[in-house]
Design a protein around this ligand. Structure first.
Ligand code: HDE
Length: 729
């Protein structure tokens, strides 16, 4: 046997291989704590035995898919070491063939996402209006939540300007309930038949497939300026809501009006809201753009890191309730029009339960990618309305999932399995994994003893609310109230604070400025003129175009303060504070402990790596931090300080001595409205950057004083005084 012949360990005359891999097989790794998927229950209610303790492999040895143990997997079977590969190499063909088919189609929209497991605890406050068991007092329901962007493909950046999906799967005892919502409470269109139009307009141009995950291009603005029912959703996108700071800091909305059904059969119309305990916060645009390049996984990482560090994000589920009247209007607002909100000041959001995300998925593909949500996954006590957008969605989700997940049996995938017993008569099909018993998958039958039986309301059957259908005639049309496209955008604009208006103005100026077609820019300005003259004039000035006059009467709506993200204070769980040190060996214990004690995450940033250093000047960038602390310099390492030699008493400009990466870190943090603190010698950095202590949100002093002030500043998310009012408002 030549030295090039395959070495079969244990074969007669073959020495064990001498390389550094372990020679004794190890058992599979134990599953990570608290990270298992939903219960492994087959559609027939039996244990499937496919869950092997959270690891892919069930045994110690590498095997084929059929379980035969393999002695080698690095070389194809050849006719001699330099000869051709043999067709009979089944292991080669199995390995390559499976790899060739590893990818499934990405979602046609919402392709880019991140998800987490959690629990929903009901307060019991909704029992008067719904019989849904998971909303009964004290009910605890496992959930899986997937957040997403809409336009980008699977590998696109997280922080692009876009709507975010917020889809929740409740594994209730009465079956799966999916609340497939967004972080924006209105939609671009009033009827699902236009969904292909708005998505084709938003997706990259079909000729060059650019731009990726962006709305700042001609086809998007062509559509939304011609089709003015999109105005309100577009305005939300151009506001700070389009660039959330974190998935943990977004509101969620069911968008449509749903119908709740109580035990006595009475019905109530509701809109669902998710309210984040951490408040609603956003990036600033430059930060979002930087993050798209520096850390395209910014939101995905933030969610996973926060959960892993124990900062479990929470949202309250709430409902706005409306009487189920024949006209389905509430104070003149058409509840069937998904381009309208009902201001919270006239219909308060009433909390009904608490969602906590407490475990990361253990396998992205099996869970986040294969999860399939559907607006039609309803439980007794929750019903749909005649909203034409919702009605189209009731068709679309299963349809698209049949293609994406390769057939009709995707409800059997572990992440999609209900936790309620399943006794359906759906049979066979691609990827069927259940071994159904019995001979009579039909009703009525006598051969299976007449089973399964039907369940009336008393036995928890899902019974559609017997609401009257309006008497009318067939039309392709909508109610006249759907024609008002501008009064609620104006309400939104007038509810914004000064920095929020600035951001909106800058966003429109950027997005329309990226369009090539003059006619589209002009139409964009016309839409803005119909919202507000000052907004239109500011964007027109930025584009270098005249501001048109409004084409509709401009109303004077009562502002809705609930729409603004500013003006309150919020908890700091999971916020990150960068501690910039001059020396990797520097003692930062007091600072780190202080940051930890405030529920935040300290990240030490040093010139080079070292013990206790999480980021170096080469790897750190301001986007990662909510605040910066410039730590005291250790004695006598003045020459290793970020300001290598402040030379305060010499003419040399101190800034030239500052490490340029620290200069960038501090100036970006300042520009993005982040709190900055300097302890002791750290103040020299402020001087070198040209920031006086006492500038808005810049503090100095001893460790305790700096931490106390930073913590206070952070509760408002950003230092809003750094964004001076430009518009008169
Ligand atoms: Fe979706 N939407 N959508 N959508 N949607 C999908 O289903 C659709 C709409 C939303 O994390 C698709 O499995 C139509 C509104 C989320 O897996 C598809 C219309 C809202 C997600 C689909 C809408 C949403 C989707 C693509 C009517 C907020 C991601 C992949 C115009 C209330 C769920 C898939 C996840 C996904 C159709 C509009 C939310 C094609 C026809 C309004 C969060 O079925």
């Amino acid at each position: 046997m030549s030295s090039k012949d395959p070495q079969i360990p244990g074969a007669p005359g073959v020495e064990p291989p001498s390389h550094e891999e372990p020679t004794e097989p190890r058992g599979p790794l134990p599953p990570k704590a608290d990270q298992s998927g939903p219960e492994t229950v087959s559609p027939t209610g039996q244990e499937t035995g496919t869950d092997q303790g959270g690891v892919a492999q069930g045994g110690a040895y590498l095997t084929t898919a059929q379980g035969a143990r393999l002695y080698e997997t690095d070389h194809s079977l050849k006719a001699g070491p330099r000869g051709p590969v043999l067709l009979q190499d089944h292991h080669l063909r199995e390995k390559i063939t499976h790899f060739d088919h590893e990818r499934i189609p990405e979602r046609v929209v919402h392709a880019r996402g991140a998800a987490a497991h959690g629990v929903f605890e009901s307060y019991g406050t909704a029992t008067r209006i719904t019989r849904a068991a998971f909303l009964a007092e004290g009910a605890r329901t496992p959930v899986f939540v997937r957040f997403s962007t809409v336009l980008g493909s699977r590998g696109s950046a997280d922080t692009v300007r876009d709507t975010r999906g917020f889809a929740t799967k409740f594994y209730t005892d009465e079956g799966v309930f999916d609340l497939v919502g967004n972080n924006i409470p209105v939609f671009f269109i009033q009827d699902a038949i236009k969904f292909p139009d708005v998505i084709h307009a938003g997706k990259p141009h079909p000729d060059r497939e650019i731009p990726q995950a962006q709305s700042a291009h001609d086809t998007f603005w062509d559509f939304v300026t011609l089709h003015t029912e999109a105005t309100f959703h577009t305005l939300w996108n151009m506001s700070d809501r389009g660039i959330p700071r974190s998935y943990r800091m977004m509101e969620g909305f069911g968008v449509h009006t749903f119908r709740l059904v109580a035990a006595d059969g009475s019905t109530t119309l509701v809109k669902f809201h998710w309210k984040p305990q951490l408040g609603v916060h956003s990036l600033v645009w430059e930060e979002a753009q930087l993050a798209a390049g520096i850390d395209p996984d910014f939101h995905r990482r933030d969610l996973a890191d926060a959960i892993e560090s124990g900062a479990h994000p929470q949202w309250e589920l709430g409902v706005q309730t409306f009487p189920d009247t024949e006209d389905q209007l509430f104070q003149g607002i058409d509840l069937l029009d998904p381009t309208k909100i009902v201001p919270e000041e006239i219909a308060p959001v009433q909390p009904v339960g608490l969602l906590t995300l407490n475990a990361n998925p253990s396998n992205y593909f099996a869970e986040t990618e294969q999860v399939a949500f559907h607006v039609g996954n309803l439980v007794p006590g929750i019903d749909v309305t005649n909203d034409a957008l919702m009605q189209g969605r009731l068709f679309s989700y299963v349809d698209t999932q049949i293609t994406r997940l390769g057939g009709p049996n995707f409800p059997q995938l572990p992440i999609n399995r209900t936790h309620a017993p399943v006794n359906d008569m759906l049979r066979d099909g691609m990827h069927q994994t259940a071994v159904h018993r019995g001979v009579a998958p039909y009703r009525p039958n006598s051969l299976d003893g007449g089973c399964p039986f039907l369940a009336g309301a008393d036995a928890g059957g899902y019974i559609e609310a017997p609401v009257p259908v309006p008497e009318s005639r067939k039309v392709r049309d909508a109610a006249a109230s759907f024609d008002d496209h501008f009064s609620q955008p104006r309400l939104f604009w007038r509810s914004m604070t000064s920095p929020e208006r600035e951001h909106i103005t800058a966003a429109y100026t950027f997005e329309l400025g990226k369009c090539y077609e003059q006619a589209i820019k002009e139409r964009g300005l016309q839409v803005l003129a119909n919202i507000d003259g000052e907004l239109c004039a500011a964007v027109a000035a930025g584009l270098g175009l005249p501001a048109p006059a409004p084409q509709v009467p401009l109303a004077d709506p009562e502002p809705s303060p609930a729409l603004s993200q500013l003006g309150r204070t919020w908890p700091l769980d999971g916020r990150t504070v960068g501690i910039v040190v001059a020396d990797p060996g520097q003692d930062t214990a007091e600072l780190r402990q202080g940051v930890h004690a405030a529920g935040m995450v300290p990240l030490v940033v040093a010139p080079t790596g070292g013990d206790g250093v999480q980021r170096t000047f080469a790897t750190a960038r301001s986007i990662e931090f909510d605040a910066l602390v410039l730590a005291d310099a250790p004695e006598p390492a003045a020459d290793a300080h970020p300001v290598r030699d402040a030379k305060a008493d010499e003419d040399t400009a101190a800034v030239t001595d500052l490490d340029p990466r620290v200069l960038l870190l501090v100036t970006e943090a300042y520009r993005h409205g982040k709190a900055i603190g300097a302890v002791g010698e750290g103040e020299a950095v402020l001087t070198a950057v040209g920031l006086a202590a006492g500038s808005a949100g810049v503090v100095s002093g001893d460790t305790a004083a700096v931490l106390a002030r930073l913590t206070e500043l952070l509760t408002a998310h950003r230092v809003w005084d750094r964004f001076p009012p430009v518009l008169t408002g």
